[in-house]
Design a protein around this ligand. Sequence first.
Ligand code: ADP
Ligand code: MG
Length: 463
Amino acid sequence: MAITTDQLHKLLQTHFGFADFRPGQLPTLTAVLNGEPTLAVLPTGAGKSLLYQLPRYVIQAPIVIVSPLISLMQDQVNRIREHGHGRAVMLNSTLTYQEQQLVLQHLREYQFIFISPETLVKPKILTALKRQGIGLVVIDEAHCISQWGPNFRPEYLLLKDVLQQLNPPRLLMLTATAPPKVRTDILARLGLVETQVTQIVESVNRPNIFFAVEKVADEATKQQRLLALVKELGGQGIIYFSSRQLANEMATALQAATELQVSSYHAGLDALERYRIQQHFMRDQLDVICATSAFGMGIDKDNIRYVIHYHLPKSLDDYVQEVGRAGRNGQPSVAILLNAPGDELLPQSLNQIEIPPVPILEQVQARQLPASALGEQREILQFYLTHGIAPSELAAFLAPHQAELAQQLQWMQSYLQVQGCRRQLIWRYFGETGASQARCCDGCQPAWTPATLDLPAWEVPNR
Ligand code: ADP
Ligand code: MG
């Protein structure tokens, strides 16, 4: 029997203590619980986790959540335990063989199983899950299947096969940022037919974030400006860099020049250290994180008042995803992109995927050459080769991606150059329309300064 709106409201109030659903939550839950494969595109902070937490009170069998990052899984498991929504567990590379066996033997005792795609694809795990019977499969951060660069996870491409084998009775794909083209891509790569999938799409707009670009003359001025901005803005913030080294250097410089607690965060730090930094930031023991794009996916910290980009992101998807971490509490917050002449050269060079000639790919696949012959993109290329993709097919698959990346960067440049409202350009990219708003962007309010941003009051805490 179909679940009613009243019943869903009751579950929300009883188990979560929220008065009402946020936009997009109710139609998504209704579709999922009706057994419709569902893609929900809801902005950062919209409350996507609730979309798999609440079904636990309706569905008897375990819920499997595919997640791209161990820190993200850990976070979600903690949140579920804290709120007492049920028993949650992780299945990933951090577990020993014995631990995995133990979990597999007791599958039915868990309501939530967080799993990485590469663990899910293992025959033993898949068989155990199939035998147990799964109530719902959730693919969190579903855009990871579609993009290149830091967010792209080749492991996500394994999910098509997994879905065919598991054939779950309910399927939910979640993402915060996916323009129409990416939505189509997500479904195609998961082997789903677009007309058979229910899509719930809410606006990417985050009305409380003010958007600004600051042009500076050169690198030295940029660093000075960053320092001044961090002092003026105060409070919790994230600064994104494309370079680990610069993230480290600027963290040191900011820590020395302000009363703030600053740390850097990037994939060069080991997992434990990264987790520790994230936890400190979550608990306000750190004010500012100088990060690469490795930081932030899925974190639920509500009082981040600014996100500054020191380097040019490679796409508007990345940019909107990253600035979306600001102002989750609904308070005024700000997204500033610093821009010096020549900034587009860095993402351009990062976009140059060096695809080795087909004979080289063939020899690596045949193990006649070491993987190092694949060059910079070794990890991604090797992934495909070891999963049996023909080298000629691989080369043909990668070539169109180059054009796509160039186009994405072009949009980013349009964002820099826009005359008038920046928010409208973002809307256009995501296939939406909307009017500029009272508190909008530097295009609409050219006289803005950090002081005119209405940021909530903040004092340096006594630590
Ligand atoms: P997302 O994954 O969409 O970025 P999260 O699932 O992390 O967002 O949720 C962000 C915050 O919103 C969480 O603290 C969550 O408890 C809260 N939240 C979710 N749904 C509601 C609701 N209906 N009413 C109020 N708060 C909610
Ligand atoms: Mg999330």
